[in-house]
Ligand binder design. Structure first.
Ligand SMILES: NC(=O)c1ccc[n+]([C@@H]2O[C@H](COP(=O)([O-])OP(=O)(O)OC[C@H]3O[C@@H](n4cnc5c(N)ncnc54)[C@H](OP(=O)(O)O)[C@@H]3O)[C@@H](O)[C@H]2O)c1
Length: 224
């Protein structure tokens, strides 16, 4: 039995929690929501440090992220890019990983074999960008990839058994992708349950050599 901390409890996060719980793992959910009647330990971020002080989990999965909100969508062109929206993307797509990384680094020990999987996206790849658009999402997720790479280097020296990877889950039928599903072929749109299974398979197969990389739901490395 492993202890798994999942940050964010929505589409992918909730499905991953359910599958891990079904296989007997001990789940801690960190959410901004007040969650009730779930078979997991559910905590608010304010008490995360206290929780980590009593032990580092075996796995941390950060599922936080935004692509759109009720009153703001991703940009189609440069004129639509504004600082407030870019900042909102950074707050959701980058800062939760920064805060988790800072707290984990503070409380890990030299022999910690923590696996930290961070939800990024294929569209964060600069070399794979053939369509343009979605400035704030792409920029913030590209920054997230740099954070993952940097932390992998820091941890390699400090915690040589620990791994951090960025992860692309495929296109998943959640609130995040809902407005953008029209042109996605049915077989390429995963249910949250399918996406959770793929994620857990990739997690299982991760090795130290993967640290700092961006991998997709098939376990293939996506070049930055
Ligand atoms: N769905 C896809 O097709 C797809 C494709 C590629 C990558 N991804 C990535 O996969 C991850 C999970 O996405 P999803 O599809 O499960 O989306 P989702 O159902 O919309 O869930 C997003 C999660 O992010 C949390 N969140 C949003 N803003 C936050 C903030 N400022 N601070 C902390 N938490 C915040 C939400 O928390 P609340 O519940 O408290 O609002 C929610 O738990 C995201 O990083 C997304 O970029 C998804």
């Amino acid at each position: 039995m492993s202890t798994i901390l999942i940050y964010g409890y929505s589409g992918i996060g909730a499905a991953v929690a359910k599958q891990l719980h079904a296989q007997g793992d001990d789940i801690i959910i960190v959410s901004r929501q007040t969650l009730r009647d779930l078979p997991y330990t559910c905590i608010h971020e304010d008490v995360l440090e206290q929780t980590l002080q009593s032990g580092i989990p075996d796995v941390v999965i950060n599922t936080a992220g935004i692509l759109h909100t009720a009153d703001h969508g991703p940009e189609k062109n440069i004129q639509q890019l504004d600082a407030a929206w870019l900042n909102e993307n950074i707050q959701a797509n980058v800062m939760p990983t920064v805060r988790l990384a800072q707290l984990l680094t503070k409380h890990m020990s030299r022999n910690s074999a923590l696996r930290f999987l961070v939800l990024s996206a294929r569209v964060s790849s600069i070399s794979d960008n053939h369509l343009g658009g979605w400035y704030s999402y792409r920029m913030s997720k590209a920054a997230l990839n740099m954070l993952v790479k940097n932390l992998s280097i820091e941890w390699q020296r400090q915690f040589p058994q620990a791994t951090i990877v960025g992860y692309h889950p495929g296109t998943v039928d959640t609130a995040l992708s809902k407005p953008f599903q029209a042109n996605v072929p049915a077989e390429q749109l995963f249910s949250p349950e399918q996406a959770a299974s793929y994620l857990l398979q990739v997690l299982e197969g991760l090795s130290l050599e993967d640290s700092g990389k961006l991998v997709d739901w098939q376990g293939d490395v996506i070049p930055f």
